[in-house]
Design a protein around this ligand. Structure first.
Ligand SMILES: [Cu+2]
Length: 276
């Protein structure tokens, strides 16, 4: 769990992006695909423009990296993103990121990793939140042009949802272990979703105790346990992403910090979920 927290904070810090290759419109689905390549040091490469609408981000590159899509709220620059991300990573201060950027999701990088988001005309940044340190040229700047149809992020039977301030909806009790995961942030705060494989039978209370007492994570996590994380979503937004995890017993957690720098999971934003 310490590793998870480190990754989370690193991810938060990594709100910077960089770019690579070409985007191609897919006429059959009405969505566009953006091929996004992430280097082991956090440089993101992708096409520089894409048409408004539902966009599939096809993530490739170094496993263990994590891509975040962010939209500046008032013309905030890449340098602002890096500075805000630094405040998040080093001090657990998310207030600057939340002031300057909308979080539009993202995903861990692995073979077959994709995520989908509906984009309106404007400027967006893609940043690797798992990188140790980033410079402006690591961040990809994406221009979205044209008008957007009403298409929303597609539905999936594998749906997890944040509600209220920072609570996971209790249903469904299980989701499939692979496929398409829809994450809805119907809560009032920024959140991301992390799935961490637990030892069989570990309860929510046990997970919470380890988190709150800085206990030994090996007492609750499955040996070599699998792990998957979405990007951060602003309130009222959703994302869809591919995932592929072993069947088993998992914790669903959010480590985004509250206004005091305390990760939401430590404040109770954790539940168990079965991957069947
Ligand atoms: Cu949260």
């Amino acid at each position: 769990m310490r590793k998870i927290l480190t990754v989370v904070l690193a991810t938060t810090a990594a709100l910077g992006l960089s770019v690579a290759t070409a985007g191609a419109a897919n006429a059959s689905t009405g969505s566009s695909t953006l091929h996004v390549t992430v280097s082991s040091t956090g440089t993101i490469s992708t096409a520089h423009t894409v048409h408004a609408g539902l966009v599939r981000f096809d993530l490739e590159g170094a496993a263990g990296q994590s891509v975040q899509l962010a939209k500046p709220k008032h013309g905030a620059s890449v340098q602002t993103l890096l500075a805000d991300g630094m405040a998040l990573n080093t001090k657990g201060d998310a207030s600057r990121v939340e002031r300057d950027f909308a979080g539009l999701g993202g995903a861990s990088v692995f073979s077959g990793s994709d995520f989908w988001q509906v984009l309106h005309a404007g400027t967006y940044y893609l940043v690797d939140t798992a990188a140790q340190s980033l410079k402006a040229s690591d961040v990809a700047v994406l221009k979205v042009t044209g008008s957007t149809d009403a298409r929303a992020v597609p539905e999936s039977p594998n749906e997890i949802r944040a509600v209220k301030d920072m609570v996971w909806a209790s249903n469904p009790a299980s989701i499939r272990h692979e496929g398409l995961l829809r994450f809805d942030n119907d809560a009032t705060d920024y959140h991301f979703a992390e799935l961490a494989q637990l030892k069989p039978g570990v309860t929510r209370a046990q997970v919470l105790k380890v988190l709150q007492t800085n206990g030994d994570p090996s007492t609750i996590l499955a040996p070599h346990g699998a792990d998957y994380s979405t990007g951060v979503l602003s309130p009222g937004t959703s994302q869809l992403s591919t995932y592929d995890l072993p069947r088993g017993h998992y914790a669903l957690l959010c480590f985004w910090p509250d206004e005091h720098g305390v990760p939401h999971a430590l404040m109770g934003m954790v539940r168990t979920i079965e991957l069947r």
